[in-house]
Design a protein around this ligand. Sequence first.
Ligand SMILES: [Zn+2]
Length: 501
Amino acid sequence: MSAIPDLRRITVRQSPRSPTRKILESFDQVVVVAPKSPSASLLRGIPQAGPLRKLLARSGGQSASTRLPCDNATGLLLATFTAATTFAALSWSKGIVALALRDRPGKLGVLVVGLPDDARQAALTSLVAACEAAAFELPRYQSMKSRKRRLSSVTLLGSDPRVDLDSIRAQALGNDIARWFTALPPNKLTSSSYREAIEALAEQYGLESDFLGESRLEKLGAGAFIAVSQGNANRDAGILHLRYRPKKKGSPDVALVGKGILFDTGGTNLKPFKSMLDMHMDMQGSAVALGTIIALAELSVPYAVDAWLAITPNCLSARSYKSQDVVTAANGTTIQVIHTDAEGRMVLADALALASRETPGLIIDFATLTGTCVAALTERYSGVFSNRGAANALMRKAGELSGERVWPFPMDADFDEPLKSDIADIKQCAPDASGDHILAARFLSRFVPEEIPWIHIDLSAGQNKGGLGHVPTEVTGFGVKLTLELLLQNAPQEISDALSE
Ligand SMILES: [Zn+2]
């Protein structure tokens, strides 16, 4: 199996006309969404009102299903919708889509009755997002291939006014890409195969790509990245720089930076088994940045976007970096290495410094960075940090609107105390101090010039048992939907202007 995901999508149609009985019976499965306490007249004029009335009576305000007495034995699922937040709507849609897809329908129809416009919009966009997420297949290596039918189309029936699906579908595309790479086994996703797959996707979506391998990084002075990558016997690590340019020239309006640690052994300070088990997912930040820039290209946004993906394993070998090494990052800052398992902030240091050289209007970085962020927020929220306090409200709003919820942490300068070094400009980390997620953010801030607004997202919600929101898999791809919501509500220029006031 190639490391390149199969991104063929399900078809999503909107049909403004009310469906006839014949149309309803042409689907393998129909989902009818209704309010919790429907009025008596609600189902008047809808075909199959009889079976629907019975379902309403026994749904108990939740959901109920039956099969229509037609040749196709179309499945009919009635679902009541009461969600008050985007996250609740997405979580609802995950459950409804799991029920609707139980018998592996190929063609799914969705009809909303009796809901006000905003609830109707929320129900439909959530259901489309959940169908996309459930229909996308993560990598599998089972020798018995599944012959089961897959969902091929979703039709929104009686969809007038029409729902704007472009951003939902672009979010799904980016999320699929993020989840795909994160789920790949570590022997399938090496620095080389990841790079090749990304370069193929970049070409497909019209992005320029430039790979900075170790020798070029050495010339750029990126000693923090190389400290981590030097333990890799294949020497194929590097920072991949992607550019989306709707116009020919200009510096980026936004730069997305991602941590791409392909497998994190912890290095010389080796992790124990349980902590290492899922460490092939430690590259999720880079996959989220990649999914986001591709989604923005798919939407043809009018501004320039960069992505900087810092890709390397953190290996244990004779060449691996060690505690008390002192290395110099690309912006000249010297770092006293303390714990080799704090490698994420090392590779991000150089990726942030290199991204900053292009003077972007805004930098957003993504990383599965610290256990303390998970301890503080669980795997349901991710943490946000910024060198502009005003970014916190923007991010919380984007979190609420997208359903990918975030919570801001402080990063005042006095948190620097434990990072003071006697031998270098800064210590990499301070294992005996508390609040490592805050210290990590303080450390990273040293590699972003003060004049550039910067948002750091610690992806504690990147992995959650049972999925999260509309995403049914343990790998959540958290961050793509959040960032797209942020950038689609406000262009990057508006955000950097607002944060510069
Ligand atoms: Zn680590």
